[in-house]
Design a protein around this ligand. Structure first.
Ligand SMILES: [Zn+2]
Length: 279
């Protein structure tokens, strides 16, 4: 099994105090999001490979330096795949990206348009997308809603990435959380573009919504574009795997359509890193 979505950070060092307070909203109770390395590795036991990233988004008080991620993944280099972060609203973002990829050896990129306050189609992103396409660096975008008050919902709609994929057809992209709650919008974007995928992280704890996403993915015939992720520390590995395997529990014995075993095991067994070009 592989996990394309996990976070490493220290909330004291890398989050603004207001951001720490807002994280309580994510699950409805206070979370300590700081991720100690030992806890992280234990938590990731079910997975052979794990993508690890922080976030850079000045607008909403996140700033995890790429160096921190590089040092974190260097402690388990066979398993952990480090992703850089980029906030194109801040000076020096291209220099930081080039440094992260070429000197620190990070393999992918995480961007959070709504968190940082930019439209994914913003011209400031063009050097980033061009560089990543040329160097085979996949980009995982946060897509869908969040709990941070200052993050504009208008900048996170999945259809915005359609335009990026049209202009950068070889760029590998993952739209996180199937763009919840704009999930069908996300499914039709990944259906159009051979190199655009979605991850199902942090969805299982809304079981009715999660069930409907998986059914819609079956109906649109895009289940092969769904990747497994946990969004740890927002959700644990065990709960995320169980939540997927139990996706039909919410409908009980009703005659509603069922999420197939093929869909579920396909997501769990997918070689996502190979699809992203970092196999
Ligand atoms: Zn995340």
């Amino acid at each position: 099994m592989q996990n394309v979505h996990s976070h490493a950070w220290d909330q004291q060092l890398h989050f603004d105090p207001q951001t720490v307070r807002e994280t309580d909203l994510s699950r409805g109770y206070p979370l300590d999001l700081t991720v100690p390395f030992e806890t992280f590795v234990e938590e990731m036991a079910p997975f052979e490979r794990v993508a690890v990233f922080g976030m850079k988004a000045r607008l909403n008080g996140y700033w995890v330096p790429d160096q921190f991620i590089a040092e974190f993944v260097a402690r388990a280099p066979d398993k952990l795949v480090g992703f850089a972060s980029c906030d194109p609203t801040q000076d020096g973002y291209m220099e930081e990206l080039i440094e992260a990829v070429e000197r620190l050896g990070l393999r992918g990129l995480k961007m959070g348009p709504m968190y940082a306050g930019f439209d994914p189609r913003d011209p400031r992103c063009d050097p980033v997308y061009g560089y990543c396409q040329r160097h085979g660096v996949p980009i995982l975008f946060h897509s869908g809603t969040t709990f941070n008050r200052a993050a504009p919902l208008g900048l996170t709609r999945p259809w915005l990435f359609d335009d990026v994929a049209i202009r950068y057809p070889e760029l590998r992209m993952v739209l996180a959380h199937v763009g919840h709650p704009f999930c069908e919008e996300c499914l039709v974007v990944i259906r159009k573009h051979p190199h655009v995928y979605a991850d199902i992280s942090a969805l299982y704890y809304r079981p009715w919504q999660f069930y409907n996403i998986l059914i819609a993915a079956q109906e649109y015939r895009v289940t092969h574009k769904l990747m497994f992720g946990t969004d740890y520390p927002f959700a644990t590995s065990r709960e995320s795997i169980e939540g997927l395997r139990n996706a039909n529990h919410v409908i009980g014995d009703s005659p509603l359509p069922r999420v197939s075993g093929e869909t579920i095991e396909g997501i769990l067994e997918r070689d996502s890193f190979a699809l992203l070009g970092i196999g």
